[in-house]
Design a protein around this ligand. Structure first.
Ligand code: PMP
Length: 357
């Protein structure tokens, strides 16, 4: 469908289609990498308090208290922190601020699909670098590219939907090679077993680290993401943000995020529980004949040698278990399965036993 009312180029856009958010209850929902354990009780109390204190006034447009809290937590200056409405919005601002340059942006060929959506939206050509045979990001392939020929680099670490993480020294090679362009490391899942590139911030002014509270902090419903980088990069993001949405975070989200970073004990307990369940699910899938990629995330990416991904997806859905499958070359037979509670994971395995029998 096209419309005479639309701006040029709108008809060519193919928006990102998120995983299903089902309208019916009682489904075992392991399809969009949410955290099954919910936010800390202290976060729930902060949300109630923020709402009770009145919502008639606009929130702090700068989210200053939250910036302070994030700066303290991540041991950077507050001029090095940026917050947005989910890391999706932070990514959008970063694409707009750093990569609109008449040169292609390097991304892995199999990665978070929003990158190409934003590329199309902002007129950025995305040059895809193939994952290697083990579905890993191969840094040597990036280093073979002339750094002056690209607008920047985006790498999700751990990558999605594969779940595979790179060690920091590999990211450093990219940061050094592409020193004159922004290297954005999307760390949506970093808290589940990978090393954060935030440790490299002081050495690399071209590094932008993007994180979210949707996964390890269980706050996908509130939409809070943030970026850490040099003050120059953050200044670029603020210019785009203020031109677009000068109130990115509402009052409730700001209060919740501050409380989330205050409750370190809950955070540690929660991520440990997810990682322990990931080990259980990985072993159980392997015992059922699946190949499971090594995951540093709150999901596993697995394929069965005798069954098509599409077939398993449908059969699980019939048994009220939702997982994700991508109709893309090389990964169509993989299922991306979010780690749930012990009960949810058991329901997945029981359903698979029925299907594989
Ligand atoms: N990056 C990656 C790699 C993701 O998988 C997701 C979640 N779908 C996001 C960013 C966005 O997360 P959010 O907008 O909830 O912060």
């Amino acid at each position: 469908m096209d419309s005479v009312f639309w701006s040029d180029g709108i008809a060519q856009l193919h928006p990102y289609v998120p995983g299903e958010q089902p309208k019916i209850a009682n489904l075992v929902k392991l399809n969009t990498n949410e955290n099954p354990f919910g936010p800390s009780p202290k976060v729930m109390a902060a949300i109630a308090q923020a709402a009770q204190s009145g919502l008639q006034l606009y929130p702090d447009p700068q989210s200053s208290q939250l910036l302070d809290a994030l700066a303290q937590y991540h041991e950077v200056h507050e001029s090095q922190v940026f917050v947005g409405n989910g890391s999706d919005e932070v990514l959008a601002h970063a694409f707009r601020a750093f990569f609109v340059k008449q040169k292609p942006l390097l991304i892995p060929d199999i990665s978070y699909s929003f990158y190409t959506v934003y590329g199309a939206l902002f007129g950025i050509e995305c040059q895809k670098v193939a994952l290697d045979d083990g579905l890993r990001v191969n840094i040597d392939d990036y280093l073979a590219i002339d750094p002056s020929s690209v607008a920047g680099v985006v790498i999700a670490n751990p990558n999605a939907p594969t779940g595979v993480a790179l060690p920091l020294f590999e990211l450093e090679r990219v940061l050094q090679h592409f020193s004159q362009t922004v290297v954005l490391i999307d760390e949506a899942y970093v808290d589940f077993g990978a090393d954060s590139a935030r440790a490299l911030l002081n050495q690399y002014p071209n590094l932008l680290v993007v994180q979210t509270l949707s996964k390890s902090r269980s706050l996908a419903g509130l939409r809070i993401g943030f970026a850490l980088g040099s003050a120059t990069l953050i200044d670029g993001l603020v210019r785009v943000k203020d031109s677009f949405n000068s109130y990115p975070l509402d009052k409730v989200a700001q209060a919740a995020a501050i409380a989330a970073f205050e409750d370190e004990a809950y955070f540690q307990e929660c991520r440990a529980a997810v990682m322990a369940q990931r080990d259980v699910v990985t072993a159980a899938l392997q015992a059922r004949g699946f190949e499971v990629l090594p995951s540093a995330t709150n999901f596993v990416f697995a394929c069965h040698p005798q069954h098509q991904g599409k077939e398993l997806l449908a059969a699980l859905r019939e048994r009220a278990v939702l997982v994700r499958q991508f109709e893309k070359p090389r990964i169509a037979d993989f299922l991306r399965i979010t780690i749930g509670t012990a009960e949810q994971n058991q329901a997945l395995l029981t359903a698979l036993d029925g299907i594989l029998a």
